[in-house]
Write a protein of this length. Structure first.
Length: 300
């Protein structure tokens, strides 16, 4: 895929998260913390009760299970690129046959297999950072959301793993850590897509690790490995890894641990009414449902 011009190799993203399906839940402390922040933002719904909910990039489905618990009559759809992740959603242990089941769909966030105007809430925790084209992705979100529907998502910001990025840059000239967009760029993309009243927040968490090998092992358990199209396809040699380790050492703190910074961006925005323009291919395009177009009948 390196010849496509895409930043990420989608096949590698799928493989990495498929391999991490069995270890993800045990390693996902940060992901659960960010997920809890997103749940706090659900208060913006007020008395509104969503009938159709999508947990996008669901992973093992912890958010999907909680969303179903909150709104047991709603249809909840868990969507993930990695089929082994979806197999972890709502295991039989603790399953209530009287509850509506969670639908599971293996699909790419860039091409949602959902009808227009079919969703009231898109909930997406730390998934969209793997998408190159924010504008196209958000256009897809807007397409499936009903007017007044809520988009609630999180992504990583540019300071994420900056220590590891700097350490590897001292070892060779190949990128080893994914680039992540900033909060301003994400907000601008939401506005270009026509979303209303966006609210964005930024948080920075620093986790300590005994050594770089332990940090890398934790990233593999999360599926957060190098999925760049321009990545080196051979394994990182001992010499380059040792050079990166040496470059990381000056970051070691007074607590004896190597810091790993995680910058997270959370975003909330509302789908607009039909007819609100959206930028597509450099042009403003407005869509209206066919049922909403008045038809004047001629009298015979």
């Amino acid at each position: 895929m390196s010849g496509t011009g895409e930043i990420f190799d989608r096949r590698q993203v799928r493989r990495a998260f498929s391999r991490a399906a069995g270890s993800y839940s045990a390693a996902a402390d940060l992901q659960r913390e960010v997920e809890s922040r997103l749940f706090e933002s659900l208060e913006y719904l007020g008395e509104q009760v969503p009938a159709d909910i999508v947990d996008l990039g669901s992973g093992p489905g912890t958010a999907a299970v909680e969303l179903r618990r909150r709104w047991p009559k709603a249809r909840v759809v868990a969507i993930d690129l990695a089929l082994p992740m979806l197999r972890q959603v709502a295991p039989k242990r603790g399953w209530n046959p009287l509850q509506r089941p969670i639908d599971r769909v293996c699909a790419d966030v860039r091409a949602l297999p959902l009808a227009d105007d079919s969703v009231d809430l898109i909930f997406s925790n730390l998934c969209v950072q793997w998408v190159d084209d924010l504008d196209a992705m958000l256009a897809g979100f807007r397409r499936v959301l009903r007017p007044g529907g809520l988009l609630l998502c999180s992504t990583f910001g540019p300071d994420t793993l900056h220590e590891l990025r700097a350490a590897f840059s001292a070892a060779d000239d190949r990128a080893h850590v994914s680039p992540f967009g900033g909060i301003a760029g994400f907000g601008d993309a939401l506005m270009r897509a026509g979303f209303r009243d966006p609210v964005l927040d930024r948080e920075v968490d620093v986790h300590g690790h005994a050594d770089m090998a332990g940090l890398m092992r934790g990233l593999r358990q999360l599926g957060a490995t190098n999925a760049l199209s321009a990545r080196r396809r051979a394994l990182t040699g001992r010499g380059r890894f040792a050079a990166a380790q040496a470059a990381y050492e000056p970051w070691r703190g007074d607590d004896g641990l190597l810091p790993a910074t995680w910058e997270t961006i959370t975003a909330l925005a509302w789908a607009p009414a039909h007819g609100q323009p959206i930028r597509e291919g450099g042009e403003d395009v407005a869509r209206f449902p066919a049922a909403g177009i008045p038809v004047r009948r001629r009298r015979g």
